[in-house]
Design a protein around this ligand. Structure first.
Ligand code: HEM
Length: 428
């Protein structure tokens, strides 16, 4: 029988964040379509009534929700909030000694990358990736992203009616990341299927096997890709990673698989929903839409405002308190979980004037949509570039784009991770 801490860790590693079952002063249910229609209203209550509020996950795991900007920054930069449950050991948790290392393919893909680790492993894994995934390399992708965007618009232009997500926003980031990594673009459906299965947070008896099968298939696929790239290196990220690995004995093959997996999953749904939430914000604020059409140079501040106003990531990945930590009068006990709600921090009225309104002329927007601290998004330059190119191209080529029906009938996804629309029908 597992002891209580092992049970907690098991649930974190296998299930991640489950639907919230709130027993607290501001009820939150991320599965509720009404909540998802206007989460900003619930978050506003949370910030004023219970800015650090404990809830219980479906499996009984206690988690603190951090909803104010300054508390969010505090948590994200305090090294006592850790990512890897194994590191509770470093902080003297005897109960974890002797825990066996699980090395199934799914375990490798989920736990051997930077976002699941703390320093010094995090620093090592991030520095390795950052050597090849540089802002300069991303900036060099501009012409290629523009070309892919134009080709996608060519395909929908004659339709007069399409789904903005399925037919456009969903396609762009997976093609971009496949090309950047050096994976055949025709493999994108395969990559998408594996990722969809592998990011499933709830591991059940029913899906356990398909998760392991997908992880095995993904790793086998990368083994072949690596063999081809080693034989014939190209000008892509995988070739650059393999070259770096030749002189870096510390980076294992398993860590490379997990790093590539992370780049694919962390950069896909996020960028899809940044572009589509951003376009939706413009279409539902016609005065802002016209302002951008008439002043295309505002695209940079418009993208920052899209990230702040309705960014695609609702809350952070889970952190654990490595010891009892007092924050703003609340003690978070060792082993308890913490989630920072980015969407709420980005609407904090003490940080942003008229925080609930969408204003593409807002200056110096310091939002948390890409996180903060050591895990700050490594793909931020790429996400920003893709959004900027996609929105500009759509406004230039389809200037009469409108929602196909009223904003009232629009349905949001019921996810506790990604903020995005289920469907986004448009006409022009
Ligand atoms: C475009 C919208 C994007 C948003 C809003 C976004 C958001 C975030 C956030 C909030 C985090 C921190 C999570 C936490 O601390 O718990 C993060 C981390 C990360 N993101 Fe992004 N992301 C985006 C695009 C991308 C892209 C395009 C890539 C790569 C292709 C990427 C790769 C990563 C990686 C590797 C990390 C982990 C960094 C670390 O642990 O040091 N992201 N992202």
């Amino acid at each position: 029988m597992k002891n209580p801490i092992e049970k907690k860790i098991h649930s974190l590693e296998t299930k991640g964040a489950c639907p919230y079952l709130s027993k607290s002063n501001v009820p939150i249910n991320f599965e509720d379509p009404i909540f998802n229609k206007s989460p900003e209203l619930t978050f506003q209550k949370l910030r004023s009534n219970a800015p650090i509020q404990q809830i219980t996950l479906g499996d009984g795991f206690p988690v603190w929700l951090i909803s104010k900007f300054d508390d969010a920054v505090y948590v994200l930069r305090d090294p006592r909030f850790i990512k890897s449950p194994n590191n509770l050991r470093v902080f003297g948790d005897e109960t974890l000694k002797g825990q066996t290392k699980r090395t199934t393919s799914a375990y490798i893909l989920r736990r051997f990358h930077m976002l699941a680790n703390d320093p010094p492993e995090h620093t090592r894994l991030r520095n390795f990736a950052q050597k090849a995934f540089t802002p300069k390399i991303i900036a060099g992708m501009r012409a290629q992203i523009q070309k892919i965007t134009n080709e996608l618009i060519d395909k929908i232009e004659s339709n007069k009616k399409f789904d903005f997500i399925d037919d456009f926003a969903y396609q762009l980031p997976i093609i971009v990341i496949a090309e950047l990594l050096g994976l055949p673009v025709e493999d994108r459906e395969k990559l998408r299927n594996w990722s969809d299965i592998l990011i499933e947070v709830q591991v059940t008896e029913k899906n356990k096997q398909s998760i392991e099968d997908s992880a095995d298939a993904f790793i086998d696929y990368l083994k072949n890709v690596f063999a081809l790239h080693r034989k014939e290196p190209k000008n892509d990220l995988i070739s650059a990673f393999l070259k770096l690995q030749e002189t870096d004995d510390n980076m294992t093959e398993d860590e490379l698989y997990a790093t590539i997996f992370l780049l694919i999953i962390a950069g896909h749904e996020t960028t899809v929903n940044l572009i589509s939430n951003g376009m939706y914000a413009l279409l539902s604020h016609p005065e802002q839409l016209n302002l951008l059409k008439n002043n295309p140079e505002l695209i940079h501040s418009a993208v920052e405002e899209m990230l702040r106003y309705n960014g695609p990531v609702i809350n952070s990945t889970m952190r654990l308190a490595a010891e009892d930590i007092l924050i703003n009068g609340v003690t978070i006990k060792k082993g308890e979980g913490v989630l920072v709600i980015f969407l709420s921090a980005n609407h904090d009225e003490t940080k942003f004037d008229n925080s609930l309104s969408f204003d593409i002329t807002r200056k110096n927007i310091k939002h948390l949509a890409f996180g903060y601290g050591i895990h700050f998004c490594i793909g931020a330059p790429l996400g920003r570039l893709e959004c900027e190119i996609a929105i500009t191209a759509i406004l230039n080529r389809l200037p009469n784009l409108k929602l196909d029906h009223t904003a009232d009938s629009i349905e949001w996804r019921t996810s506790n991770i990604i903020r995005g629309l289920k469907k986004f029908p448009v006409i022009f």
